[in-house]
Design a protein around this ligand. Structure first.
Ligand SMILES: Nc1ncnc2c1ncn2[C@@H]1O[C@H](COP(=O)(O)OP(=O)(O)O)[C@@H](O)[C@H]1O
Ligand SMILES: [Mg+2]
Length: 507
């Protein structure tokens, strides 16, 4: 008898429906899986056999052939154990085929028949819903994740025995109740508060502007000035994500297998700070079975690169395209795969190898040549993609030892939220979410300048030798500064502040 069970494969971030066909025929007892399976799928046959036997069900002593269709997409991972087991139960007439109509199955099996966690449940559930499949059977531990998709019936499965009893109508498993409203989950505590960072008011302001418009930012200054501390405090002033943004981010983490067990939905913007020894594939994504890289794990959040010149040049250059496109395309033999990568890029560096170039107190011991070589490790095109360049001088002892606390992150975040609300309204009917996302067309339409403003930008462009890209970046940044000020128009002071954030090569 031929049985057909619906399951799902993941290609990048998107799900694709997979038909699991199970056929039994007379012959030597065996279980063969066809349809481009990888090693994990082959091992699946052993798990399915043991799981069914150990659940008090009958494993048919027949020749069993399992086909995963369509054959041209590669299926990885053990997620097909459960649909294969269900197919075997149908093919051996222990479960009726009608019972699995309108349902999608996914899950890994243990030898004892219990059902284990699989990665990527959220995109699977999203696909089911989109394809009009009303019900999904998922590992019980993954049910909260699947239940994030509104209007989908999620049946949490603990074991094959429990599932068989449910499908046989003996003991129904109640659907997972969506017990939390995702928007009411508390935000996690932050690592540091801006109030505890002494001085550096102009850097805090720059980071506020960055957070408000989603702009990239580079901090340069001597060692111990607080650059890393400032950057790591960013999460405390980032605006909250919309529910849609949360779902996008959660999908990526779900596929990467990085979703924390107790967090079905990621509510806070990611903050990724990979070490400078990271590989090209680790940063931008890739590998044999392509995985999202750090730039995708930082989607809708921050990618922080500490000590930027220490990163490999090739590694950094890999970010140029994604920084522009806001997604990354990974070439595969079977076609191109795309992962989202819309992140704020925050980096910090010393001005020179010894770290003290330009410091008013300590003398720099580097030659002009070494300084120039050091700074050239970051290519012009990459620097050009950074909207905000700030110098972080050493804080003087007076300020450092003063008891006075600065403004709390909460207050800064409140302003950031207001500026984001303006942008959400502005971009309501577009795929854009912040000023930094604007392309040349939107910049032309939205960032209109006054006569005075135009004259100011023209003068600055000539003096600083700016590219056309730099010009657009200034306008976008000025738009954010105006949004923070609650101003409908971009006024000259907004432009002046934006221009001041352009880079000045020191050597
Ligand atoms: N402005 C500051 N306010 C309070 N502490 C500071 C400040 N700047 C530096 N520090 C202290 O110095 C340490 C080193 O700063 P760090 O951020 O690593 O400097 P950098 O990255 O510029 O070399 C911090 O962990 C913090 O304890
Ligand atoms: Mg540092």
């Amino acid at each position: 008898m031929l049985a057909k069970v619906t399951s799902c494969a993941l290609v990048g971030l998107e799900g694709v429906l997979v038909d699991v066909e199970v056929d039994t025929s007379r012959g030597l007892p065996s279980l063969v899986i066809v349809g481009l399976p990888d090693v994990a799928v082959k091992e699946s046959s052993e798990r399915v056999r043991a799981a069914i036997k150990n659940s008090g069900l009958v494993f048919p002593g027949k020749r069993i052939t399992v086909n995963l269709a369509p054959a041209d997409i590669r299926k990885a991972g053990p997620a097909y154990d459960l649909p294969i087991a269900v197919g075997v139960l149908i093919a051996s007439e222990q479960v009726w085929p009608q019972q699995v109509e309108g349902a999608l199955f996914i899950g890994e099996l243990s030898l004892d028949g219990s059902v284990r966690h699989v990665n990527g449940i959220l995109p699977v559930a999203a696909l089911a819903h989109q394809q009009g499949i009303p019900r999904v059977f998922v590992p019980a531990c993954d049910a909260p994740e699947a239940a994030l998709i509104d209007g989908l019936e999620v049946i949490p499965v603990e074991s094959v025995g429990q599932l068989a009893a449910h499908l046989q109508g003996l003991r129904a498993v109640p659907p997972y109740g969506r017990d939390l409203d995702p928007s009411s989950l508390p935000l996690p505590p932050y690592a540091a508060d801006f109030a505890e960072i002494k001085g550096q008011e102009h850097v805090k302001r720059a980071l506020e502007v960055a957070a408000a418009g989603g702009h990239n930012c580079l901090l340069t200054g001597p060692p111990g000035a607080g650059k890393t501390l400032l950057a790591r405090s960013m999460p405390s002033i980032l605006p909250t994500m919309t529910v849609d943004e949360s779902l996008e981010v959660t999908k990526i983490y779900s596929i990467a297998g990085l979703l924390p067990e107790d967090t079905p939905l990621i509510r806070h913007r990611p903050f990724r700070a990979p070490h400078h020894s990271i590989s090209h594939a680790g940063l931008v994504g890739g590998g044999n079975w392509p995985r999202p890289g750090e730039i995708s794990l930082a989607h809708r959040g921050v990618l922080f690169l500490d000590e930027l010149p220490e990163f490999g040049t090739r590694t950094l250059e890999g970010m140029r395209q994604p920084l522009e496109d806001r997604h990354v395309s990974i070439a595969r033999a079977a076609g191109t795969l795309t992962f989202p990568a819309n992140f704020m890029f925050i980096a910090e560096m010393n001005p020179c190898p010894c770290g003290y170039y330009g410091d008013p107190v300590r003398e720099c011991t580097c030659s002009m040549q070494t300084i120039s070589r050091y700074q050239k490790r970051i290519s012009g095109p990459l620097l050009d993609r950074i909207d905000i360049h700030v110098e972080v001088p050493r804080v003087d002892v007076e300020k450092l030892t003063a008891d006075r606390l600065g403004e709390r992150s909460e207050a800064i975040r409140a302003r950031v939220e207001e500026a984001r609300a303006v942008q959400r309204k502005r971009f309501a009917d577009t795929p854009l979410s912040s000023n930094a996302d604007m392309g040349p067309t939107e910049v032309r339409a939205i960032c209109q300048l006054s006569e005075d403003g135009r004259a100011l930008v023209k003068a600055a462009m000539q003096q600083l030798g700016m590219s056309a890209r730099a010009f657009h970046r200034i306008l976008k940044l000025a738009r954010t500064i105006a949004d923070l000020a609650g101003s409908e128009r971009i006024e000259t002071p907004h432009l002046a502040e934006a221009i001041q954030y352009r880079p000045r090569r020191m050597a």
